[in-house]
Write a protein that binds this ligand. Structure first.
Ligand code: HEM
Length: 240
């Protein structure tokens, strides 16, 4: 899809004139655009791949999601943004994916601008603070059976009421929290929801015979599958 003239992200930068200085320069346009691309593509793609791994390995979860999709839009209906918002099981699957596989195990480096007290620690001005997000979601004092992939926990379990932005309580931090939270967290979730819903509406995803998906992780820009996901995909129209 092509944006109408004037509606692209880069167009919104052309009109910017921060109060203390003039318009942005060419290098800043390039940096801001490449930052949005690099921060937004790997993170979302990794999340979709991990979610699909669990849907391939757990056919029951996939069928439950498929039922939710066809109850909402039918077998051939187009899934739009407002439909994805009416699918609580899809939301639970995506949240459980962020909990079990936060795309970045660390947030970006943060530094205190002045001497600060944080959770009983003194952070001197200028010192970097690194936040290991996976530690929070692996903690058995916060999550029951943390290594288990169980979307239902967000419908009636220890995930009820937990949000991904850490505003109510910090039980997961896939996008960070507070002032420097990912500025596109809701766009990222929307893309992931729509992609997964469309992929499951159109195809049934099955393990490759004798070669089930391998959930081993490795560190790249995000935490990815060491052996990329392979699956057999059957068009749903061919399934009686
Ligand atoms: C699954 C999707 C995504 C995840 C998990 C994610 C995660 C994150 C995290 C953890 C941070 C650092 C927050 C911190 O250090 O406190 C961040 C920052 C950022 N993200 Fe995302 N992100 C996602 C999608 C996107 C998308 C779609 C875009 C742009 C279109 C984007 C643009 C950015 C930018 C520009 C920053 C830096 C913000 C700053 O410097 O204050 N992200 N993201």
């Amino acid at each position: 899809m092509v944006s109408p003239i004037g509606a692209a992200y880069v167009d919104s930068l052309f009109g910017l004139e921060p109060p203390t200085r003039g318009p942005l320069g060419d290098e800043e346009y390039v940096t801001l655009c490449s930052e949005a691309i690099s921060a937004g593509t790997d993170t979302s793609a990794t999340t979709v791949e991990w979610a699909m791994l669990h849907l391939v390995m757990n056919q029951e979860i996939q069928e439950k999601l498929y039922q939710e999709i066809i109850d909402c839009v039918g077998k051939d209906g187009e899934i739009k943004e407002e439909d994805a918002e009416k699918m609580p099981y899809l939301e639970a699957i995506v949240k459980e994916t962020f909990r079990r596989h936060p795309p970045g195990h660390f947030l970006l480096s943060h530094a205190a601008t002045k001497d600060t007290e944080l959770a009983g620690y003194t952070i001197p001005a200028g010192v970097y603070v690194e936040i290991y997000t996976a530690w929070i979601t692996e903690d058995p004092d916060i999550w029951s059976d943390p290594s288990e992939f169980r979307p239902e926990r967000f419908l009636h379990g220890d995930g009820v009421g937990v949000d991904v932005t850490g505003t109510r309580a910090v039980k997961m931090l896939p996008f960070g929290a507070g002032r420097r939270i990912c500025p596109a967290w809701n766009l990222g979730i929307l893309h992931i929801n729509l992609l997964i819903a469309k992929m499951v509406q159109a195809f049934k995803w099955l393990p490759v015979p004798d070669a089930p998906p391998d959930p081993v992780e490795t560190y790249a820009f995000t935490v990815v599958m060491k052996n990329p996901l392979k699956a057999v995909i059957l068009p749903r129209v061919q399934i009686p």
